[in-house]
Write a protein that binds this ligand. Structure first.
Ligand SMILES: [Zn+2]
Length: 182
């Protein structure tokens, strides 16, 4: 399987999108299309018809997640540095796995809180969600629209959270399989 096909994987694409939309996928695609899987930010910007600053912002986001690495080279004529970004398909899959792990952990924490009896209050109109102590301070009305806050249905929240975890675990399984192919 050609390695750039990593970007065809739905789970991988979703995780990249979360970082900053389709442009993030596009940047990865451009780097992976190069024989050495390296591209400088000017050529990426040109291909995407975007300002270099915008491309750089995307690359920094990817770098913070350890998806891309860079080397810099001094342009002898102009005297400034050119950044050359490289990307390994494996690192994209690793990133998607990490994000999935982190989400699972966050949901598990949430479930623990529910099971410890923590109560949350919500405004169905605004989607606002606060802890009991906050709800009391606000006299059980929403700070934004003034509607009464409702106690969240813990049972159904736990069920939803557990279903989401099962879904994420199956994503993780698929990513592990993909990892063997790249
Ligand atoms: Zn409200």
């Amino acid at each position: 399987m050609p390695k750039k096909y990593v970007l065809r994987n739905k789970i991988v694409k979703e995780r990249l999108k979360e970082l900053g939309g389709d442009q993030v996928i596009e940047v990865c695609k451009i780097i992976l299309s190069k024989r050495l899987k390296k591209a400088n930010e000017f050529e990426i910007a040109e291909k995407m018809k975007l300002k270099v600053n915008k491309v750089r912002a995307i690359l920094y986001k990817l770098h913070a997640k350890k998806v891309v690495t860079y080397t810099r080279k001094r342009d002898k004529r102009k005297g400034w540095y050119i950044y050359i970004w490289s990307l390994k398909p494996r690192d994209i899959v690793k990133f998607a796995m990490n994000e999935t792990y982190n989400e699972i952990r966050a949901i598990e924490r949430e479930i623990r809180e529910y099971k410890e009896g923590k109560e949350f209050y919500i405004c169905e109109d605004c989607g606002v969600r606060v802890r009991l102590i906050e709800a009391m301070k606000q006299m059980f009305t929403c700070n934004y629209c003034g509607e009464p806050l409702k106690k969240e249905d813990t049972e159904s929240k736990i069920k939803q959270a557990e279903a989401r975890i099962r879904n994420l675990e199956s994503q993780l399984y698929k990513l592990k399989k993909l990892m063997k192919e790249v």
